[in-house]
Design a protein around this ligand. Structure first.
Ligand SMILES: CC(C)(COP(=O)(O)OP(=O)(O)OC[C@H]1O[C@@H](n2cnc3c(N)ncnc32)[C@H](O)[C@@H]1OP(=O)(O)O)[C@@H](O)C(=O)NCCC(=O)NCCS
Length: 161
């Protein structure tokens, strides 16, 4: 199947209520971070708290990738974030089901986030990625992000919108 066919099958939609989808999101998050646990919350109560935090900070900025009714990926962003005194569209979280990777789903989610940020008048997007999370770093570089600096195990990447 080509990437265009996959894209037409996957629909991106805004999350409306985090509580009702919590069990599905929790499962997807744990599955997505298998092998990368050093960069993730691992106990379910912390993950639930984290999801509530993400949704509360920007209730408009949580997008789901759906294949029919199944969630296959999500991105949680914040269009009200300030980094070093500057407004940035912050990408807090991104995950795609390991069984659905390499089909352009993360790219679709990030592009949706860019549209959202641009509608809010933002000029820059930023994120933190784990220093050994080479797959995600590769994806972000492909989409125009550049490494800025590191803090502990995290690398700061930013991109002009
Ligand atoms: C990182 C992640 C979201 C990528 O999801 P995905 O849907 O497979 O990514 P896409 O198919 O949209 O990839 C888009 C581009 O990035 C590249 N890319 C994505 N993952 C990659 C990997 N692991 N290694 C190399 N390149 C990768 C793809 O080759 C593709 O490039 P192309 O358009 O030239 O083919 C997914 O691997 C994941 O959920 N990882 C665990 C959670 C995580 O690390 N989140 C990010 C936290 S900062």
């Amino acid at each position: 199947m080509t990437q265009t066919q996959v894209e037409s099958k996957i629909k991106i939609e805004r999350l409306k209520d985090v509580e009702s989808l919590m069990p599905e999101l929790l499962k997807l998050y744990i599955k997505s971070y298998q092998g990368l646990e050093e960069y993730a919350y691992t106990d379910p109560s912390s993950i639930r708290r984290y999801f509530r935090w993400l949704f509360r900070h920007d209730p408009q900025g949580f997008f789901l990738a759906k294949d029919k009714n199944r969630i296959v990926g999500f991105i949680a962003v914040d269009a009200t974030w300030i980094s070093h005194g500057e407004k940035v569209g912050e990408i807090h979280e991104l995950a795609v089901d390991p069984d659905q990777r390499g089909k352009g789903i993360a790219k679709m989610l990030i592009e949706e986030a860019f549209r959202y940020f641009k509608n809010k008048g933002l000029k820059k997007s930023g994120l933190w990625v784990g220093e050994h999370n080479r797959g995600a770093q590769h994806l972000y570089r492909k989409l125009g992000f550049e490494e800025c600096y590191t803090k502990g195990i995290w690398i700061r990447m930013e991109k002009k919108l």
